[in-house]
Design a protein. Sequence first.
Length: 249
Amino acid sequence: MSCLIEIDGLRYHYPDGRSALNGIDLHVKHGERVGLVGPNGAGKTTLFLTLAGVIDSFEGEVSVAGCDLTTPEGRKEVHRKLGIVFQQTDDQLFHASVEEDIAFGPLNLGADEAEVRRRVDCALSSVGLNEDFKNRLPFHLSGGEKRRVAIAGVLAMEPDVLLLDEPSSDLDPRGRRELVQILDRLPITRVISSHNLDFICETCERVVIIDGGVVRASGPTHEILADEDLMLKHGLETPYFLREAIRGK
Ligand SMILES: Nc1ncnc2c1ncn2[C@@H]1O[C@H](COP(=O)(O)OP(=O)(O)O)[C@@H](O)[C@H]1O
Ligand SMILES: [Mg+2]
């Protein structure tokens, strides 16, 4: 089966010389739900920015849904194929209404008025928000609602791949539960970075550990997260319920 994301030998250092990615190899198939975990500074956000076409001076091969990101054309086109939801939703929501924020992407793609309206309605319903939210000021929404609007804005672009960077970090338990349910209903290929390993367990069937800008392990979620030595080695911790399950064996 062909892969939607193909990364081979990806290296990148920031302009100040700090190396962030040191030879990443990662392939993601159509329909896969991948959890990206690793300590702070592992390179998760930098990897996402590279996949989104924001970073241009990397080494290696990177392609997303047929866009070759080693070329300027590929990096320009990739926003039609890949949607990214940043950790800070305030960076993503900057219009005077929820409707305008969600319409921004499709309008930029050149969709006509009727098509924009259709996409806004469809995206809102995908994230479980009703019509009344259209006229709300994004700035006044709760953390969970902002997160949903940010996801809706990306879904309105109808991407092939969704990247979510630390999506549960500012959510209370109810907001987190609702996000799990929303993601469960979305059939889209996705990569989710998170420190919340319960959240990863509930939303991803494969986990990739990244540390020091290199992929250190990849495999079925429960298998990887239950490997206590591997987890500790990379600044992570086996979730409590998995530890109990192992000890109960
Ligand atoms: N704008 C930047 N300039 C210089 N170094 C950066 C910048 N952003 C991140 N880094 C460095 O790149 C490495 C990877 O960071 P990042 O991708 O943010 O990791 P993560 O998202 O896993 O916490 C870290 O060493 C970090 O300090
Ligand atoms: Mg990060």
